[in-house]
Design a protein. Structure first.
Length: 292
């Protein structure tokens, strides 16, 4: 590697210090293009985050119970993608409420703060903390009583909670993930259902996901574009300031795509779902390096 090679760190967590398969593909492709790319653990005190041309947040999935520490770290990194202000906005799923209030199609959601009373919840709902990743502490409940008990347990632990109807089409059609790299749409993938009714939340860092290729529909693409366009008004940065974005959609009961999650923090990008995607990743990183 020449002395002038750009140095890029991909931030991961201690549980997966080399990143996952996705990150390995991302690192290999950058290295093949002459970029000095390395995985680094975000809370490792020995890493010099300033001595890099770019730090890319990738598999930092262990921040959910210490989000402030994670955001302090993000603010301390001079050249970070996505930017720290975007991470602060995106690591709490209450951003979905802002998007819904702005008229975007979002899975219907009830919101609870610690101290709120939880009345009886409907049967067949999903209960999750608003600060969550990898389906951790997220469960589907057939009975309203167990949903309420789960919500109260999270609220008593000081965590804000969101409750959604279980979207049945997740079991058949699946979730559609739309990935933008730089300012360009890159590829889509299908994700199978993760929440078996009544099952415990995953005890691991993240729930295992079943991924396949997907040709997005026109309606899905249009919704994804609308969500990203809305960021200019609602988020601390517009879509042109993002290195990566993932829009996760599910069909509502009438088949209309609605937003389940907008991942601007640490989305798996599922390069394996489209063999040409990794080249667009390298181009996006090089574009970012050229402008900063
Ligand atoms: N309302 C819902 N209906 C059906 N499945 C859901 C619902 N909410 C979450 N899930 C399932 O749980 C997974 C994780 O939830 P998600 O909202 O994407 O949060 P995160 O990926 O940050 O943990 C989803 O990929 C999906 O399989
Ligand atoms: Mg998700």
């Amino acid at each position: 590697m020449s002395a002038t090679a750009a140095r890029v760190l991909l931030a991961t967590c201690a549980e997966v210090p080399d990143g996952d398969d996705d990150e390995q593909a991302a690192i290999d492709a950058l290295r093949a293009d002459g970029i000095d790319a390395q995985p680094s653990v975000w809370d490792d005190p020995d890493v010099d985050w300033a001595a890099t041309d770019l730090v890319v947040v990738r598999s930092t999935w262990d921040y959910t119970l210490r989000r402030e520490e994670f955001l302090d770290w993000a603010r301390s990194v001079p050249r970070l993608a996505n930017p720290a202000a975007v991470l602060a906005w995106n690591t709490d799923k209450t951003y979905l409420r802002q998007l819904a209030d702005a008229g975007l199609p979002v899975v219907p959601t009830s919101w609870f703060q610690p101290g709120d009373e939880v009345d009886d919840l409907a049967p067949d709902v999903v209960v999750k903390p608003t600060i969550s990743a990898g389906a951790k502490d997220t469960r589907r409940h057939r009975a309203g009583s167990s949903a309420r008990a789960h919500a109260e347990q999270l609220l008593n632990a000081g965590r804000a909670v969101m409750v959604q109807p279980y979207i049945d089409a997740v079991d058949t059609v699946g979730e559609t993930g739309l990935v933008w790299l730089g300012d360009r749409f890159s590829h889509a993938f299908r994700k199978g259902a993760l929440l078996a009714a009544g099952a415990d939340a995953t005890a691991d860092l993240y729930a295992l996901e079943e991924i396949g290729a997907r040709e997005p529909s026109r309606a899905e693409m249009a919704t994804g574009e609308r969500v990203l366009d809305a960021l200019a008004e609602l988020a601390p940065a517009g879509r042109a300031d993002l290195l990566y974005a993932r829009v996760d959609l599910v069909p509502d009961p009438s088949g209309v795509p609605v937003l389940l999650e907008l991942e601007l923090t640490e989305p798996s990008l599922w390069f394996a779902a489209d063999p040409s995607a990794v080249a667009r990743w390298v181009a996006a990183v090089k574009g970012w390096l050229a402008r900063s």
